[in-house]
Write a protein that binds this ligand. Sequence first.
Ligand code: CAA
Length: 385
Amino acid sequence: MTQVGIDKISFYVPEHYVALSTLAEAQGIDPDKFSRGIGQNKIAMPTHDEDVVTLAAEAAAKVIADEDVDAIDTILFATETGIDQSKAAGVYVHELLKLSRRCRVVELKHACYSGTAALQLACGHVTRKPDRKVLVIASDISRYDLDSPAEATQGCGAVAMLVSIDPKLLAIEPASGCHSEDIMDFWRPNYRKTPLVDGKFSTIKYLGALSGAWEDYQENGGRGFNELAQFCYHLPFTRMGAKAHRQLSSINKAQNDPSVIEPGMIYNREVGNCYAASLYVSLISMLENADHDLTGLPVGLFSYGSGAVAEFFAATVQNRYRERLMKVHHQGLLKNRTALTFDQYRDMWNVPDPQDGVACIMPNAARGRYRLTRIDEHKRHYEAA
Ligand code: CAA
């Protein structure tokens, strides 16, 4: 059977961040609560000339470099942080990257799950049209109310993946298990900048959805727990992944071995939650940081989007996968960043988003090639440097 899956993958994170030790000090909280209690170190922060489009364009530019871009006939853009109620954010990315006009572009939404929906739909598309490729993008900016318990779980970032037949990185296996349930654990009405979240409830529902998706995965012919060499979970914060793996180990009466999840948590600790992109940041982290060769091995992936939709599936790591990774680039992005003071972070957070068509020129602050330059007459203007 023809294999389909991820041929290339990259992420982008902006230059600025606030260290959780800085947040802890300013708020009189024990820093161990963040580093050990939720398992996070930093929150990536966008400047005002960065949004889900510019983050996505940065990630996608790396993925399409040296590729046959004319084969890309579809862009699936997954985000919770949409910039328009009608126009898909991917259309701006399509223009910035100068992709073929013979292309469909659409935005997908379901909280943090939509990146997985995009990936699965892309696999179906290239199965039917094996000479085509799909650019899957997950890009999000996670913002919670200031001084709420969720503030420490903010972050942002984008992941881009090129999906094709005969993928050089990961073959996505056909078996998967889903769990959907109408619940109110995290949601964002159209008039709100920040989500409403019932944090403790959301962690309980995440774990419940994991059980449901795993059961469905098993019933659909999925692999046994012990066959999977590594596990990547949706990581709103890395302790959530540790709890998830403890539960899955227990369900399967297996030993809870932290070494099969740790490589997939390294980058997420430094970035924070980036909703639809988080699972795929974890996937990149796992591929780039696992100390043994993963060639030919299946890895398990669990995607959760509040509200709630969840999916468990597996992917097999392909021969010579390490040659396709961009480890030096990714680690450089994480290393070469600028820490914000608490006041700088709060000032950045508090700058109001333009409302009612007021003209707004964005100061030039993004480190990347792509910028939101201005919003004028209700229209967003981007440029590629
Ligand atoms: N040293 C070490 N650990 C400490 C500590 C200290 N000094 N102080 C507290 N802790 C531990 C606590 O014991 C607790 O550990 P356990 O979970 O093992 O009990 C942990 O730190 C968190 O502390 P609290 O229980 O006091 O929780 P909190 O009030 O800080 O809130 C949260 C945590 C509910 C996750 C909150 O950050 C939140 O609402 N986040 C946003 C929602 C979220 O991320 N939900 C995840 C599931 S939903 C999802 O995945 C979709 C999505 O992306 C949003």
